[in-house]
Design a protein around this ligand. Structure first.
Ligand SMILES: [Mn+2]
Length: 324
């Protein structure tokens, strides 16, 4: 792809940021540009939640919260829109009444969009969507390492006997052989559990855990070192449940847990992943009905921008275009 042909958002100094396209960061649509290096897709689905519903409205809220994003990321020293074509692929149309149809549609939709981009960033939606997204990711890249930011483990077995929920995607992903478990890690977990066995089950599945307490007591740098050491050179998928942030930083979510990360800590953790081979990502569980002053939507949009910065840095440093 010719860098001169990359189309970015309108200049916020010439076109007010509260006007212009309603796409993520006011970027062009994927249909408009045909192909992209990175596509952002909304997955408005929340039929898998166990507590507060409303994440089906997450994609629209995160797009609204993305209008402040500016073209240069000083901490990563990169201009994502100049290094690569980023585009908004719109929302997947997902059946809210059938879990089976919904999961199949998300996998098919992600696969179709992957045919027109190199890396996909999904905006949820509840965490159920990570399973079909990982299926599509593994179909393209093989088994991937998972860096999973969340207040919860999301490796429970069933709720009410149902295997597909927002609390179970990563157990299903392990069972389906989608993850490289020697390289996968939960980060920021802290919620009370149903039983002590939840931890031993999670360890038996193969995950490592960097708890929210670990981040608080050992610091961001130590957590970054553990993530880097764990993932190594493997292709990695980054799943960000916004409830990894403390409810003070992200109140608009379905299962809030006190004692979480600050948005700044999570920015620093993500920047610490510079150099890793990120192949896909999601930002999930933004439920705007519980949000205040766009806190959660702004945080989610900024975290997606951090991931975009990492993808741009990798392109800038290696010159790879990943085949797009
Ligand atoms: Mn989750």
């Amino acid at each position: 792809m010719n860098p001169d042909s990359f189309i970015g958002p309108p200049d916020g100094r010439l076109v007010p940021r509260y006007t212009g396209p309603d796409t993520f960061a006011r970027l062009p649509t994927l249909d408009g540009v045909g192909r992209a290096d990175v596509a952002v897709v909304g997955v408005p689905f929340d039929s898998g939640v166990s507590y507060r519903p409303g994440a089906r409205f997450g994609p629209a809220a995160v797009r609204a919260g993305s209008k402040m994003l500016r073209p240069y990321h000083p901490a990563l020293d990169v201009e994502p829109w100049k290094v690569m074509q980023v585009a908004d692929a719109g929302d997947l149309a997902v059946n809210p009444f059938s879990m089976g149809e919904a999961i199949a549609a998300i996998e098919a939709g992600a696969t179709e969009i992957q045919g027109r981009c190199t890396n996909l960033i999904a905006i949820g939606g509840d965490h159920t969507i990570a399973l079909p997204l990982l299926r599509a990711t593994a179909a393209r890249w093989g088994r991937v390492a998972l860096v999973h930011f969340d207040a919860h483990l999301d490796t429970w077995d069933t709720y009410f006997g149902e295997p597909y929920t927002h609390g179970t995607p990563f157990r299903r992903a392990v069972e389906e052989g989608l993850l490289d478990l020697d390289c996968s890690v939960h980060v920021g977990t802290r919620s009370p559990l149903y039983a002590r066995d939840d931890l031993s089950d999670d360890a038996r599945l193969g995950f490592e855990i960097v708890t929210a307490t670990d981040v608080a007591t050992d610091g961001v740098a130590a957590a970054v070192a553990r993530i880097q050491q764990r993932v190594g050179r493997r292709p990695v998928y980054v799943s960000i449940d916004i409830d990894v942030l403390d409810p003070a930083h992200a109140p608009g979510t379905g299962t809030p847990e006190p004692g979480g990360l600050t948005s700044r800590e999570l920015q620093l953790l993500l920047r610490g992943m510079d150099g890793l081979d990120i192949v896909g990502a999601d930002v999930v569980e933004v439920a705007p009905a519980y949000d205040h002053a766009e806190l959660t939507a702004l945080a989610a949009a900024n975290l997606a921008y951090e991931v975009l910065g990492l993808l741009a840095r990798r392109r800038g440093s290696t010159g790879v275009d990943g085949g797009a």
